[in-house]
Design a protein around this ligand. Structure first.
Ligand code: GDP
Ligand code: MG
Length: 436
């Protein structure tokens, strides 16, 4: 899936410039990506019409890197749809704060209860946990073991009902001077009346400041139905998406947010008690799109590229004046972005150089730079003067071999030729070199 999407954008990139049709076609593939990531169909439809509108409005045809513009719009929209920013757990101004964890069996309630207790403890809170899943003795044991592990007291008393246990939890928090009561509740394999009634009664006996629905990210579309059903009966305040360390793409996050309006507050990323993190919409957007690397590069490019420098140098590409000084300067800019093989796929106009991609492992780049550094300024400006004895000197100076120097010179000449051809092509109305 990821590969598919990357292929799409690569196709867009390699054309240099986007037509409106390209945008539409690209978004068609984004649509498949979202559906495959298990995003709700209606959500996808709405999303795409918004993005298309915005993309067209932004005159993507004229931007320097249209494909990047589209990626960014897609990503930004996804981020906004999922709430835009990190949502905090609300704390009562008058402690104790009461937090319920509800959800289906196996979704991760008990684990998340302990994870959250640990997280709050690290933030200086004094939590206490209530084992209110009385139907499965193992569940109580599980919470008690976790409580020992993180050194947080667990309230449980055989014979008490879940409602009574919730009240007991509140009493104990007063006695022990605890400021957060975390209630781990029972789940069922499916949403049912008994489960809901019990949870409602617990909320009546001990009102909640937060009621977090715990949802397994792997359940995809099912998660949306579960969330809707729980929201009908309970004052849900947020969602915890668990098991994101698995290969779920996280489409559930977008769907749940869109369909129920509930903020995703936390994500579980492992079985250990510290594998809980605040939900970050921008990171989830990248994950759903499966383009994390590409988006990181776009951000880095915005921050660190000296576009003037690149454009200035690029003007000389395809003229006989293009020389090793230009090459060196461009390499310097490009290297700021990260591993070169990846960067080359990204940069506008570098598509033409993709056939060199395999030759540019990053150690190789360092050696290329060393070779250029060992040239005199004269040699950099007029590479044609580099004869046999100069090659030997350069090789020695740079700690490389004559073969390597020869290879670089040959590649450089090939590249110059190629770019000259492309430039000539432009005059005949062929695709422009997007680096101008
Ligand atoms: P409950 O029935 O809702 O209380 O679910 P549990 O807390 O007992 O968790 C069910 C299973 O999912 C356990 O094996 C947990 O270790 C596992 N689990 C919970 N959260 C995560 C998570 O974020 N990542 C992974 N990999 N496993 C998790
Ligand atoms: Mg449990």
């Amino acid at each position: 899936l990821t590969e598919k999407l990357q292929a799409t954008f690569k196709r867009m990139r390699s054309q240099g410039r986007l037509t409106a049709d390209d945008v539409r076609e690209g978004l068609r593939d984004v649509r498949f990506a979202l559906l495959e990531a298990d995003v709700n169909f209606k959500v996808v439809k709405e999303f795409l019409s918004q993005v298309e509108e915005e993309a067209v409005g932004q005159d993507v045809l004229d931007s320097l890197t249209p494909a990047q513009g589209v990626v960014r719009i897609v990503r930004d929209h996804l981020t906004t749809l999922m709430g835009g920013q990190v949502e905090r757990i609300k704390m009562a101004s008058n402690p104790p704060t009461v937090i319920y964890l509800v959800g289906l069996q196996g979704s991760g309630k008990t684990t998340t209860t302990a994870k959250l207790a640990k997280m709050l403890k690290q933030q200086g809170r004094q939590p206490l946990m209530v084992a209110a899943d009385i139907y499965r003795p193992a569940a109580v044991d599980q919470l008690q073991a976790l409580g020992q592990q993180i050194d947080v007291p667990v309230v449980f008393s055989p014979g008490l009902s879940p409602v009574q246990l919730a009240q007991e939890g509140w009493q104990k928090s007063r006695q022990l001077a605890k400021d957060v009561v975390l209630v781990d509740t029972a789940g069922r394999l499916h949403v049912d009346e008994t489960l809901m009634t019990e949870l409602v009664e617990m909320h009546e006996a001990l009102p909640a400041h937060e009621t977090l629905l715990v949802v397994d990210a792997m359940t995809g579309q099912d998660a949306v139905r579960v969330a809707s059903a729980f929201k009908e009966k309970l004052p849900l305040t947020g969602v915890v998406l668990t098991k994101l360390d698995g290969d779920a793409r996280g489409g559930a996050a977008l769907s749940i947010r869109q369909v129920t309006g509930l903020p995703i507050k936390l994500v579980g990323s492992g079985e250990k008690v510290d594998a809980l993190e605040p939900f970050q919409p921008d990171r989830m957007a990248s994950r759903i799109l499966g383009m994390g690397d590409v988006l990181t590069l776009i951000e880095k490019a915005e921050q660190s590229l000296d576009k003037d420098e690149i454009e200035e140098r690029a003007k000389r590409i395809g003229t006989k004046d293009f020389n090793f000084e230009d090459f060196q300067a461009m390499l310097g800019q490009v290297k700021k972005l990260g591993p070169l093989s990846k960067v080359m796929e990204m940069l506008p106009g570098m598509g033409a150089l993709n056939k060199y991609k395999d030759q540019v492992d990053d150690k190789g780049v360092d050696r290329v730079e060393a070779i250029i550094n060992s040239m005199t300024i004269q040699e950099r400006r007029k590479p044609d003067i580099i004869d046999g004895s100069r090659r030997l000197r350069i090789a020695k100076g740079s700690g490389t071999t004559v073969q390597e120097v020869n290879r670089l010179l040959k590649q450089f000449n090939d590249m110059r030729k190629l770019m000259k051809q492309m430039k000539a092509g432009k005059k005949r109305g062929m695709p422009k070199l997007p680096l101008k």
